[in-house]
Design a protein around this ligand. Structure first.
Ligand code: IMP
Ligand code: MG
Length: 179
């Protein structure tokens, strides 16, 4: 385990099994369709890559870079689109794949935006859900794990761009971000 982690919250095996389970559920919903799978960079990359490989329906891949955070652990309250989609979402069934839903700010804004642009449907799939922290009226349609209010890293998630490549989800030691 990385020295900055307090403990491992979700092991590689737990992640592998649950991501597959969720992907197979989502796959069934889109039978006969060709959804546009939108990954929210960078946090979702590993989840996204594992998730789409369990889908049997034909998919198109696209990505957005948005940020509501500065470089710390507290939301700054304004969604910025740093990289927009390549594809037009008009009439498309969109699956948003996100690493974690915290206050809900990012996904509430993003879902509204894609619907406003004419998406036929928008489904939200998250790896992690910090329910306790919700401030916006939004919930994932599919979520892999409900977690407590702790700052986690790994499997794509970062703190100041670090720890994304850890293969597990670990709880970051408080002294790392409270220094
Ligand atoms: P929200 O807009 O408040 O729901 O925040 C969602 C975003 O906050 C996620 O996409 C992450 O980038 C970030 N975030 C929230 N909690 C954590 C965490 O525990 N570890 C790493 N990133 C987090
Ligand atoms: Mg993110």
């Amino acid at each position: 385990m990385h020295k900055d982690c307090e403990r491992i919250m979700l092991t590689e095996e737990q992640l592998r099994e649950r991501v597959k389970e969720i992907a197979l559920q989502v796959d069934k919903v889109y039978e006969g369709k060709r959804p546009l799978v939108v990954g929210i960079l960078k946090g979702s990359i590993i989840f996204y890559a594992d998730f789409i490989r369990h889908l049997t329906v034909p998919v198109e891949l696209d990505f957005m870079v948005v940020s509501s955070y500065g470089s710390g652990t507290v939301s700054s309250g304004k969604l910025k689109i740093k990289k927009d989609l390549d594809r037009d979402v008009k009439g498309r069934d969109v699956i948003i794949v996100e690493d974690i839903i915290d206050s809900g700010f990012t996904l509430a804004n993003l879902k509204a935006l894609l619907l406003e642009r004419g998406a036929a449907s928008v489904m939200i799939v998250t790896l992690l859900n910090k329910k306790e922290r919700r401030e916006y009226d939004i919930a994932p349609d599919y979520n892999c794990f409900d977690i407590e209010n702790e700052f986690v890293v790994g499997y794509g998630l970062d703190y100041n761009e670090m720890y994304r490549s850890l293969p597990y989800i670990g709880i970051l030691k408080r002294n790392v971000y409270e220094k």
